[in-house]
Design a protein around this ligand. Structure first.
Ligand code: HEM
Length: 206
């Protein structure tokens, strides 16, 4: 493999927070490139520098839809697709090159089926930044939901969700005894999952 191709793959993997070391790639990213601001789904800007958690091991990306018994929201294809659409602020051409490179690397490492299941990962620290009417994220059973546009539609009122903005709302959501419809609605707002190290035990719908 030429070094230019290797460098491209490593750069692409950096957008998914996989370090070159993780895949045995010798090319190391220059610091200024590694620290570029990336666009997260729904236009949320996030600086990689704030990511104080460790890079996930590639196996962490191998997240299958482990719909456990208590799983209350199925990971939607639309949200998993956003994983690969994180793009550097380098224009659409570069973004789509990166996307293709990431797809091919993930396909090679894990198979194309797993690529569909790669979701953006957010630490609970990342989620905590989104606690206002303008940007409200909550966590339910280790999945991250951007409920900003749902706030005003919530039959229980916007204030009650806003109270949990930036936090884990699992207990509140489940203990309230939401209907099956409410559980089904969740997938529409799912933007990713919490990082491996920030996961809590999942709570079942009783
Ligand atoms: C994305 C997250 C949420 C969705 C999709 C959602 C959805 C819904 C829906 C569809 C209803 C109508 C009744 C039903 O079908 O169960 C409802 C009602 C309600 N929700 Fe939520 N909800 C969410 C988050 C929350 C949270 C975090 C709380 C915090 C306790 C909450 C508290 C309530 C309350 C108090 C009602 C009152 C209406 C009633 O008494 O049925 N919801 N919600």
């Amino acid at each position: 493999m030429s070094s230019a191709v290797k460098k491209g793959i490593c750069w692409a993997l950096a957008t998914l927070q996989v370090t070159p070391d993780d895949i045995g790639c010798e090319t190391v990213l220059p610091d200024d490139q590694a620290k570029k601001t990336i666009d997260l789904p729904l236009g949320v800007k996030h600086n990689q520098k704030q990511n104080h958690h460790h890079h996930p091991h590639p196996h962490a990306l191998q997240q299958k839809n482990t719909a456990s018994k208590g799983d209350t929201s199925s990971s939607s294809t639309s949200s998993s697709a956003t994983a690969s659409s994180n793009s550097l602020n380098a224009g659409h051409g570069a973004a789509s090159l990166i996307k293709d490179a990431v797809h091919s690397v993930v396909d090679t490492l894990f198979g194309s089926e797993d690529r569909e299941n790669v979701q953006p990962r957010y630490s609970r620290y990342d989620v905590a930044d989104h606690c206002t009417m303008d940007s409200c994220w909550i966590v339910i059973n280790n999945r991250v939901y951007d409920v900003t546009r749902f706030l005003r539609m919530h039959p229980g009122g916007e204030d009650i969700i806003l109270e949990y903005g930036g936090h884990d709302a699992t207990t509140a959501f489940i203990d309230k005894g939401h209907s099956v419809d409410a559980f089904d609605m969740l997938s529409e707002y799912c933007i990713g999952e919490v990082t491996e190290e920030d996961r809590f035990p999942e709570k079942n719908h009783t």
